[in-house]
Design a protein around this ligand. Structure first.
Ligand SMILES: Cc1cc2nc3c(=O)[nH]c(=O)nc-3n(C[C@H](O)[C@H](O)[C@H](O)COP(=O)(O)O)c2cc1C
Length: 412
């Protein structure tokens, strides 16, 4: 089943059921286009046998970034490099989609002094809250601008040769903030009922669809829940999926959580997802059984029997992030019946028993980012470095990226 092709509603055929889920690479060149090192990584992933590569989030607005090392696509200034990226990423006949994102209030304070969100509700990360900019509520004109920016980036992705885009509406980023009653306190047509809270996402999808070819995939990454009391709930997610059904969406990827409750990394304030390897499988199964839309779920999947089990539940595609960052050739190894849970290379990280959960999530992310960077330059299998070292290196790399980003911003 894993190696059976999947035909999407728009006719696009994915050669197998494994998708590399989005992971921001932190490998942008100083001009915010993808670096040559990043292109090499995508070439390697393509040759590794993954059916669909979804890029790390590409920013639709260079003023609001999820991190200083990320790629921005706002205009056609460096389209030749984006074309090379798409072409390298499709070398083995797989598909490549660009994930397009706006972080809203989850913009670090070393990027901007002020984040934007549907309402002025700052991110609450306890003693780490200062890592993020204070937030102000968006004007209606700014909401319109954001919609246009998503459309512009999607059209540029199509021009560059990508096979589709995935609109990031999960993980507490801007669209997810609009969906969440905890962050969206608006009383105009952009807040209140689920129809109003979903309006931003739906307008973005509709306007992208108007502008791109019919065989260009338009997908959505959506939270199954925020995993916070009073937040976006499974029933809201179900309602949004049924609104997407009418809109020629090609796939919905189900994840969960936000920076405040990082369920997508297997850690949430309530324990509903923790016991299993595929964190969101039950919810995804429930949705998949009630919708004609292709459904993908991501989170915790790194072993072949787990991936098979997810597909057997009626879910169309499995998303793998960490596993493919650690072992870019994972699908090929599975095809050759090689077990990656007991031998090198290992497709999952060592458990981390730190009491400070925020720091533990940062350490895992740092470890994964550095693995991607290593794989972009070398095929050597190396043992996992200690978590503290990953954090120290990450801080150093981040400071370097902030300098580069600031000098880019000064020129724009
Ligand atoms: C280093 C890193 C960067 C990530 N960047 C993104 C991103 O750009 N967009 C996104 O939707 N999810 C991102 N994620 C979340 C993953 O797509 C995925 O949902 C999560 O890691 C759970 O899947 P896994 O258990 O296979 O890693 C990132 C995860 C990691 C570890």
């Amino acid at each position: 089943m894993i190696f059976t092709p999947l035909t999407l509603p728009n006719g696009q055929v994915l050669p197998n059921r494994i998708a590399k889920a989005a992971m921001e690479e932190n490998m942008a060149a100083p001009n915010r286009s993808p670096s040559q090192q990043m292109l090499a990584l995508y070439h390697r992933w393509s040759l590794g046998g993954t059916g669909l590569l979804i890029t790390g989030n590409v920013m639709v607005d260079g003023r609001y970034m999820t991190g200083p090392g990320n790629v921005v696509l706002e205009n056609d200034e460096h389209l030749d490099v984006f074309q090379q990226w798409a072409s390298k990423a499709k070398s083995a006949g797989n598909a490549v989609w660009m994930q397009i994102s706006h972080p809203g209030r989850q913009t670090p304070s070393n990027i901007t002094q002020q984040g934007i969100a549907p309402s002025a509700v700052d991110l609450d990360l306890g003693k780490y809250s200062k890592m993020f900019a204070p937030t102000r509520a968006m004007e209606v004109a700014e909401i319109e601008e954001v919609i246009e920016r998503f459309v512009t980036t999607a059209v540029l992705a199509e021009k560059s040769g990508f096979d589709g885009v995935e609109v990031h509406a999960a993980h507490g980023y801007l669209i997810s903030q609009f969906l969440s009653p905890l962050v969206n306190k608006r009383t105009d047509q952009w807040g209140g009922s689920i129809e109003n809270r979903a309006r931003l996402l739906l307008c973005i999808i509709d306007r992208i669809r108007e502008k791109v070819r019919s065989d260009f995939a338009v997908a959505v990454k959506l939270n199954s829940a925020d995993f916070q009391r009073g937040g976006f709930e499974p029933k809201d997610a179900k309602a949004v999926v049924s609104m997407l059904e009418a809109r020629n969406v090609d796939m919905v990827e189900l994840s969960g959580g936000s920076y405040e409750a990082p369920a997508m990394q297997g850690s949430a304030r309530d324990d509903r997802t923790l016991a299993r390897e595929a964190y969101f499988v039950e919810f995804a199964k429930d949705i998949a059984n009630g919708t004609p839309l292709p459904i993908m779920t991501t989170g915790g999947i790194s072993r072949r029997p787990v991936a098979e089990n997810v597909l057997e539940q009626g879910i169309d595609m499995v998303g793998i992030a960490t596993g493919l960052a650690l072992v870019p050739e994972l699908p090929k190894l599975w095809q050759q019946n090689k077990d990656t849970s007991t031998s090198q290379p290992q497709a999952s990280l060592k458990p981390i028993a730190w009491e400070n959960k925020t720091l533990a999530v940062l350490a895992r992310m740092a470890q994964v980012r550095q693995s991607m960077q290593r794989h972009s330059v070398s095929t050597k299998v190396r043992p996992q470095q200690p978590y503290w070292l990953a954090i120290v290196k990450d801080q150093w790399l981040s400071q370097r990226s902030v300098k580069q980003y600031k000098s880019w911003r000064a020129k724009h």
